[in-house]
Design a protein. Structure first.
Length: 309
């Protein structure tokens, strides 16, 4: 056994420490933070190796912890078509709880949905150092409606696969974050309804040689959501909803969403035979999410755009 400390051992320690720092939330610094009022310009970056993973659509629950007083969020297993203990708890309380317990559940337990996609940042007015880099855009139903329209809706004929094209033939997404209110004097919230895809044009400073590097440098979106076990979720609920023994809640950027509108609970989640997340969502009033098949077809269309250059 070699007991002499050497440079290889030091390099191993250094690498392990760096990996630990990354695992402790470093991944979330790669999410593009949207502030209002401000206008951002981005170009959607496709996953050319796995087109079906260009977008990640997920559901999550969150509330202010009774144990720590901090907001905590946990990804719902319904994202992967599995039973969700949080939804089961919600319906159980509404069915068998006291009036106070029902009110508390309705006030605290939120169900939201978001999407993730890689983007090339053309202009970030709040953090200019992000310009010219790849970040992950986390968005809600307002921006999803605009993207869905560009892919297969009213704007598909004009936009289509252009929204994934990094060349001068592509279209950037202008995200306009505005502070609005329902009526005078009411609290303001962030709205993205004025966002839109722009006419085709080049990205300043982006050369043809750099495009392959960008396509290779995208993030694995699956690393931005936790796929916890049923037992881990129950421990989370026990600790932070019932104030029992369990894991300690740390401040979580996963709880920060770009849109705060709640998504209706799906009663089918009470059963172990939960329907796939895409079928569950079809029962709500939310817009239809971007489908894998549509994304793949549009990415295939990029080849046609290349031949027209």
């Amino acid at each position: 056994m070699n007991t002499t400390f050497n440079s290889n051992m030091f390099d191993s320690i250094k690498k392990a420490l760096e990996n630990t720092k990354t695992k402790q939330g470093g991944v979330f610094k790669n999410i593009l933070q949207l502030a209002a009022p401000a206008t951002y310009i981005v170009r959607l970056v496709p996953n050319v190796k796995k087109p079906e993973e260009t977008f990640l659509h997920y559901f999550h629950h969150g509330w202010k912890s009774i144990k720590t007083g901090q907001f905590g969020s946990i990804t719902s297993p319904s994202t992967w078509g599995e039973r969700c203990p949080v939804s089961e708890l919600y319906f159980s309380i509404l069915r068998d709880g006291t009036e106070d317990e029902k009110k508390r559940a309705k006030d605290l337990i939120r169900r939201k949905e978001n999407w993730l996609v890689n983007v090339y940042v053309v202009n970030d007015p709040t953090t200019p150092e992000n310009n010219g880099t790849v970040k992950v855009l986390r968005f809600g139903r307002q921006l999803n409606k605009i993207i869905e329209s560009a892919i297969s809706g009213d704007d598909a004929a004009e936009l289509g696969s252009k929204i994934f094209d990094l060349s001068p033939n592509g279209c950037s997404l202008r995200i306009k974050a505005e502070l609005v209110s329902d009526k005078p004097g009411a609290p303001k919230f962030t709205s993205y309804t004025a966002s839109k895809f722009l006419t085709p044009g080049p990205i300043e400073g982006l050369s043809d040689e750099k495009i392959p590097e960008i396509l290779e440098g995208i993030y694995d979106l699956n690393t931005f959501v936790d796929h916890k076990t049923i037992e881990e979720i129950k421990e989370f609920v026990d600790a932070h909803y019932f104030n029992k023994g369990g894991e300690t809640l740390a401040p979580s950027e996963k709880g920060k969403t770009t849109e705060e509108e709640d998504v209706p609970y799906v009663e089918a989640e009470q059963s172990k035979a939960v329907e796939p997340a895409a079928q569950q969502k079809a029962k709500t009033s939310a817009p239809t999410p971007v489908s894998d098949a549509k994304v793949k077809a549009l990415l295939d269309g990029l080849d046609e755009l290349d031949t027209k250059k």
